[in-house]
Design a binder for this molecule. Sequence first.
Ligand code: NAD
Ligand code: KPL
Length: 317
Amino acid sequence: MPDSALPLPHSTTPVTWHILGAGSMGMLWATRLTRAGLPVKLILRNAERLQAYEAAQGLTLIEDEDAQQWAIRAQIPETDEPIQRLLVACKAYDAEQAVAQIAGRLTVNAELILLQNGLGSQQAVAALVPQARCLFASSTEGAFRDGDWRVVFAGRGHTWLGDTGQAPAPAWLEELQRSGIAHEWSPNILSRLWRKLALNCAINPLTVLHDCRNGGLQAHTAEVQTLCTELASLLEHCGQPEAAVDLGLEVLRVIQATANNYSSMHQDVAQRRRTEISYLLGYACEAAQRRQFEVPHLQQLHQRLTRHLQQRGLPCH
Ligand code: NAD
Ligand code: KPL
């Protein structure tokens, strides 16, 4: 057989990672994927943000006090280019609307990775794009912005990814490995998300109401444990018994291990940013109501937090 008739080697052009939302988590993923040589494109809110980004000439990742800038390509939602793989890195309250803006660009085999904390936004996005495969993620990594287009990798952690449809893990998880993004495929991602939601419900609102670091809750353990007991019953009632196991113990462990930190909700309130309350405490209370399951302490906590936010002129949803 002449050379020209040999089959061509299988083409392995990597799929572009489109990243919707260039905030803390979006930048953290974008810079690490780029560093590994993978194609990445940021989707920014509008032409004004794109212009500001272009003036900055890239994203800066600060890791172990070392800052490196990465010139990653960026575009606006209206760009006429198909999207096959999309990391949704907006806050829970922005995710649905942000995905709606680019829904027309998704290919038939598109995959979305939803990085939002809490629950509720993922289901809303999945319902919006039923043709796409939506993977849910839960992350314990920590990052914050110390300036426009700059992200500080503040806490090493782990990201669990999974498919509520029980489909197998995608082959591109290898790209996360190559990028140094610590991760694991989770066959029961909903259980992980519920567990994290319960942890956040037991800790974050109380740190706001008592205006304290996580460790400050050591002075309120009875209140924390009452919430944990109610949350554990709710998890069992919602078909998530695994997520309920030793919840109270883990909450106390997290309070101790993160004693010096301010919870993410405390930081949001201190910086007068909108919180993700509706996707944490709000979601838990609604789930209970749908099942006519009584959660008086969670409901009272939700009301206290709502009042607290209203009094400070912050959104309470
Ligand atoms: P962030 O506010 O830093 O970033 C969100 C970004 O999305 C912002 O830049 C915003 O402008 C952008 N955005 C919103 N709507 C958009 C739209 N329509 N088009 C384009 N961009 C849009 O938030 P974050 O801290 O990165 O958090 C993202 C999610 O990850 C949250 O649900 C959060 O709870 C979760 N999370 C964050 C951390 C962390 O350490 N930051 C850790 C674990 C989980
Ligand atoms: O995840 C957290 C947060 O602050 O959002 C912890 C540290 C677990 C407290 O709930």
